[in-house]
Ligand binder design. Sequence first.
Ligand code: KG4
Ligand code: ZN
Length: 325
Amino acid sequence: MILSIESSCDDSAIAITDIKTKKLLFHKKISQELEHSVYGGVVPELAARLHAEALPKILAECEPYFKDLKAVAVTSTPGLAVTLVEGVTMAKAVSVALSIPLIGVNHLVGHIYSLFIDKPTHFPMTVLLVSGGHTQVMEVKSLEHIETVAKSMDDSFGESFDKVAKMMGLGYPGGPLIEVLAKDGDRKKYNFTIPLSQSPLIAFSYSGLKNAVRLAIQKASEEDYKDIAASFEHIATAHLTQKLKKYFKNISPKTFAIVGGASANLYLRSRIEELLKPHGADLLLSELKYCSDNAAMIGRVAVEMYEKKLFTSLDDLDISPKSSI
Ligand code: KG4
Ligand code: ZN
């Protein structure tokens, strides 16, 4: 079995995965959403302190599995420096105490493998990752062959929901709050411009849309918020589908997946389903509980890395807050 740890942002999570069957045997996550909600976003130092409290509690519950552990895996990149350190320090301690190898996992690869928790892998595919930290399209052929073909030039899709929610004083995380508010709103009421619609680039940008929404909020009253939320969600999603449509002109996908925290958004899911219809492509989605950050996805990558003996020595495993794929 492999013990995996996730602490790249505001979720403290540990999982145990069976190497042979790839089955998830244990998973526990302690989220910090309530604590960060009053600030309208994640406060890194507060997150680190909460990880230091939560991770040892979850690890204690894993003790019955200790004798069966063959490796310990941890998210080492990308993420918040002060929170990544919490997980990596714990993983190193477990590695030394139990004399088992260490596996450093890329969080973004983890999101891709959230599709395969309790399942075999399925490649090749085109993947849209939409999270709080990233918005990118990847061509995935295998664990070692992941190519990013488009990404955001500034804010991410999820982050723009968080910022709009903060401007409306709704709390954090903003994605689910905006989605609920948007359900009763008029998507056509505010005519925000689709970002980069005149540009031939296949890339994403959310900072301009965020500022347009800020101006609309400044002029509006609270009764208008649902229409602003609906119009914003509509344009934020239209930006993704417009760029994907352009991309699909050259590469028609057979299998397409949406992963990351914001892949839970039902409006986004329905728009992408529409877009895929003419291509006859399959749409893969993670189970809702594994869309947002978790340790089960890190464990699922780690099983694959264990089989390929992709270990990192104690001295070499370091955090890398900014790296990506
Ligand atoms: O993958 P994740 O848990 O953490 C990162 O790796 O960043 O994603 C969290 C992000 C947050 O920005 C959150 O607002 C967004 O995903 N999110 C959503 C929804 N649920 C979560 N965005 C839009 N609609 C949602 N339903
Ligand atoms: Zn994530």
